[in-house]
Design a protein around this ligand. Structure first.
Ligand SMILES: *Cc1c(COP(=O)(O)O)cnc(C)c1O
Ligand code: SF4
Length: 339
């Protein structure tokens, strides 16, 4: 079943360029409810939490949500539940204390050998559990001048072997920006790998254009795309096609998920996700315990329950399809493995 994302785009969604799909995301709860024929209590769109982090859903993802089902696992990831406003002890705006590992604006250098670049603040989708929902992006977004400073930082530290483009979602940037950045990095010989943390191959598979694939295939770097998918229902034939293009350009595809209450906190759903990812050529990498970010407590699965789930998951999947259960703890030299 296909849902009309908006009246003017209904028929031509497959042939639209990705920029147009990105520019025409659903941006308010009322439209979301109308398009999906659901009637459910939510935060009002003028609530401060929604002003700061509004609803955002791109049409290819919207098409995969079942109409009339308020419990749909894809809907729950984007629906601003009234529970977001609840004050829960321990749930804070900056749970990872990222503001402390920011050597210069736009760079997070927490782990040995790799730096994470906050390449953009924008995303194609707003995931309600996202730990970046309160991130002070304006301090981290200074355009090309800021990027030049980032490049100098990378050039000056020969221990850096891998650059992770993150955000926001780095694939919301136009190819010309990515090409410029890769070109600049080309002369920094100690950098050998480029990684993208992105939901775009899932959210807007049309983003994986031939031009982008050429750009990645022609660079001297080994390239890794760490996709973020939480449920098998997020993958369809268009996603398969995008992944095939990436793979034939020599890109390694991995997936990270977040363990989310009511969405993927059971063995059959997690097993199906791993199987479905592999059929698209993607290997499961991390399953994250959610960061305790303000507004997302209702998604939390506690450690005891999570480790139990993992034990059972291991007994139904081949080893290479079992993601590593991790949590991020401030001040640690890597993600903390829970098993
Ligand atoms: C998660 C993360 C990385 C990447 O960690 P890997 O274990 O290599 O996937 C790098 N930098 C920061 C700041 C991170 O949060
Ligand atoms: S795409 Fe990633 S960074 Fe953007 S809102 Fe979702 S989880 Fe957060």
């Amino acid at each position: 079943m296909r849902i009309k994302p908006s009246i003017e785009h209904a028929a031509h969604i497959d042939s639209l360029p990705w920029q147009e799909i990105l520019a025409n995301t659903v941006r308010d709860t009322e439209s979301l409810c109308q398009l999906l024929e659901i009637d459910r209590h939510s935060l009002p769109d003028n609530h401060p939490l929604l002003q700061q982090f509004p609803v955002r859903v791109p049409s290819p993802y919207l098409d995969r949500i079942r109409k009339g089902d308020p419990g749909d696992p894809l809907l729950l990831q984007v629906f601003p539940d009234a529970a977001e406003a609840a004050e829960v002890p321990g749930y804070v705006a900056d749970p990872l204390l990222e503001s402390e590992s920011n050597p210069i604006p736009g760079i997070l250098h927490k782990y040995e050998g790799r730096v994470l670049l906050v390449a953009t603040s924008s995303c194609a989708i707003h995931c309600r559990y996202c730990f970046r929902r309160h991130f002070p992006y304006s301090d981290n977004h200074s355009g090309k001048q800021g990027w030049k400073e980032s490049l100098e930082y990378i050039r000056a530290d020969s221990s850096i072997r891998e650059i992770i483009f993150s955000g926001g979602d780095p694939l919301t940037l136009p190819d010309s920006y990515l090409a410029w950045f890769l070109d600049e990095l080309d002369s920094i010989r100690h950098v050998i790998r480029i990684r993208f943390h992105t939901r775009l191959p899932i959210m807007i598979p049309q983003r994986i254009t031939t031009a982008l694939c050429k750009l990645l295939a022609n660079s001297r770097f080994q390239t890794i795309l760490v996709i973020h998918s939480n449920h098998a229902q997020e993958l369809d034939e268009e996603v398969d096609m995008a992944c095939r293009k990436l793979k034939s350009s020599g890109v390694t595809l991995l997936n990270q998920s977040v363990l989310l209450r009511g969405i993927n906190d059971n063995v059959p759903v997690l097993a199906e996700l791993s199987e479905r990812l592999f059929s698209a050529g993607i290997l499961p990498y991390y399953l994250h315990l959610m960061d305790p970010v303000f507004g997302a407590a209702h998604f939390n699965v506690d450690t005891t329950e999570a480790t139990k789930l993992m034990g059972k998951l291991q007994s139904v999947l081949p080893g290479y399809l079992v993601p590593k259960l991790v949590r991020e703890e401030p001040g640690q030299p890597s993600k903390t493995s829970m098993l």
